[in-house]
Design a protein around this ligand. Structure first.
Ligand SMILES: [Mn+2]
Length: 275
């Protein structure tokens, strides 16, 4: 099957799951940050944490920037099709390109208009957050300003809450961030604490900002990146073992997904573009 047809064929599975994934307790959850066309990163994650034994949560931004966007997305979708309950791809801003297009977006801009339309519509069905009842929430960017966790299930693509989740940044600047009106909504500690309390979130695991501090807000906000596409970042995933009730994100072990001996000369590097 052509892989864009594969993406379209997953629509019923995604609709059944809904916008808010409920993660199971009985096996480890592995959170994977932006992969951005870094197929080697995805291959290594799946080799090391097989979906037969783990729940994999990809936090979005699988395409653009890196050398093999189509291969990266296809690999994740094939794993999803094979084990729909064990592999989840959440929506990042690069999966939401059909709603908020931006440039440069090398992957999307090279697709034919019909392929971009079909794939863009299919990816708008993706879930936007994954919840583990130990208090851990995974999503791409920032927490939405909602009254309850359950409200996440009703987020509409294009809404303010959707924009916060897919585009939102965090900052430790004590003055806070640029807020909801900015092209890239940015929030500080006060917004984090208020929103996390309302949602019942103890620990947030997210990606989206390749050079953000790994830990923010008393270590309750973990930023992961799992791609070499921006250069200078070590690919890491975070593991939530079964039975653990984390107080902070430091209770989720970080695992580097690199070849033996480190990044090495074969790694690619691209100039950082803050998207
Ligand atoms: Mn992003």
């Amino acid at each position: 099957m052509d892989w864009i047809d594969l993406a379209v064929s997953l629509t019923p599975v995604l609709e059944q799951t809904g916008r808010l994934v409920r993660l199971p307790d009985h096996r480890a959850t592995v959170f994977v940050g932006d992969t951005h066309g870094d197929l080697d990163a995805v291959d290594r994650v799946i080799d090391r944490f097989p979906p037969a034994e783990h729940t994999l949560v990809f936090l979005g931004d699988t395409v653009d920037r890196g050398p093999d966007s189509a291969g990266t997305l296809e690999r994740i979708l094939r794993e999803k099709a094979a084990r729909p309950d064990a592999v989840h791809l959440l929506m990042g801003n690069h999966e939401g390109w059909a709603i908020t297009p931006f440039s440069p977006a090398d992957f999307w801009e090279r697709l034919s208009p019909s392929d971009a339309a079909a794939l863009g519509a299919a990816l708008l069905r993706l879930p936007i957050a994954a919840w583990h009842r130990s208090g851990v929430l995974g999503l791409h960017g920032a927490l939405p300003d909602l009254g309850s966790l359950e409200a996440i299930a009703s987020i509409e693509p294009g809404s303010a809450a959707w924009r916060d989740v897919t585009w939102g940044d965090w900052t430790d600047d004590p003055r806070g961030g640029a807020g909801a009106g900015a092209a890239r909504p940015t929030y500080g500690r006060a917004a984090f604490e208020t929103r996390a309390r309302r949602l019942g979130v103890r620990v947030l695991v997210r990606s989206h900002q390749p050079h953000a501090p790994a830990y923010l807000f008393e270590d309750r906000c973990l930023t992961l990146f799992t791609s070499h596409a921006y250069g200078g970042t070590v690919r890491r995933v975070a593991v939530l073992p079964p039975g653990r009730h984390p107080r902070t994100a430091r209770d989720l072990p970080l695992v580097e997904v690199e070849p033996p001996g480190g990044i090495g000369p074969g790694a690619f590097a691209r100039s950082a573009r803050p998207r």
